[in-house]
Design a protein around this ligand. Sequence first.
Ligand code: HEM
Length: 46
Amino acid sequence: MIPTHHYTLNAWPSVVKGMGARTNISENELDILSRYFQYNAKDIKE
Ligand code: HEM
């Protein structure tokens, strides 16, 4: 599994978009998931 801090804040949305397309997750839930990854991204301090 790729940890959230593997990608930067700006890299996560495109990864989530590409992966999300393979699921039936809702637009809203994908947005929430994306924010979670971004909040814990590589370049986030504190
Ligand atoms: C929202 C759900 C998902 C998330 C957050 C997610 C996340 C990820 C991440 C972070 C990677 C590593 C990408 C990389 O190395 O550049 C990955 C790779 C991969 N994922 Fe997902 N994934 C999701 C759903 C899925 C689903 C449903 C499938 C299959 C139907 C899938 C198939 C793959 C495959 C085959 C890879 C390795 C090849 C590649 O990098 O494209 N993922 N996923």
